[in-house]
Design a binder for this molecule. Sequence first.
Ligand code: MF3
Ligand code: CO
Ligand code: CO
Length: 263
Amino acid sequence: MTIKSAREIELMRKAGQVAVATLMGVDELIRPGVSTEAINRFVHADTLERGARPAPLNYHGFPKSVCTSVNHVVCHGIPSEKHILATGDIVNVDVTSVVDGYHGDTSVTFYVGEPKPDAKHVTEVARRSLDLGIAQVREGARLGDIGAAIQEFAEAQGCSVVRAFVGHGIGRIFHEAPQVSHVGRRGSGMRLKAGMCFTIEPMVNLGTYEVDVLADEWTAVTRDGALSAQFEHTLVVTKTGCEIFTKRPGPLKNSDRYAGLFV
Ligand code: MF3
Ligand code: CO
Ligand code: CO
């Protein structure tokens, strides 16, 4: 687990802002009839235009430049021309940009047209879970405080929290120590120190937390086929809290319309 220097933090800030700018552009694209491959094409081109590189492309063999995870897909959905978004779908778009060697990683779940109550519930619980996890972060807090805050809230709302995938340290390396579990016990785990950079990215399910990975070796789906939603930010721990590198400049049209606040 590395502590980033002021110079590295400035580079992380830039990477985060590039990733979020591309994600704001995706928001303009989201509507029924658009393929997940069209999202991939946009993310790829927009990332290059910003002088960055899309980290997912060829990462451990991942074939595309962004992950698009629809409905019961938990994460790592592979964009496809054949997958056309339909009214009522929810789609998580997970953008990771590399700028001057440093990574910015952020995702949101978008509503395609008007959501049904179940889709709205799981999405808003996931959104709020990330906020509550982030609220735990400051120097001296424990990693377990983050997971506990997320788990307590999501389970009280009748949802479950995925165990099989976790948040992660991030910097020059896409996924580095520590692993940031989205479940846990308060007061347990590593003590946070100013300058640590990591993601928090809770995956919240309407049914069981168990997942299966499809034969393509990437697409993770809920075992029971129920809906799943996710939000992700990249941040740095400070003495009094944290700085969110991937903070959005304003609300998203296709995601924040039911949110009390946006982060
Ligand atoms: N962006 C994902 C994360 O939040 C990782 C995607 S890896 C890929 O950690 F290869 F699937 F792109
Ligand atoms: Co991540
Ligand atoms: Co991500």
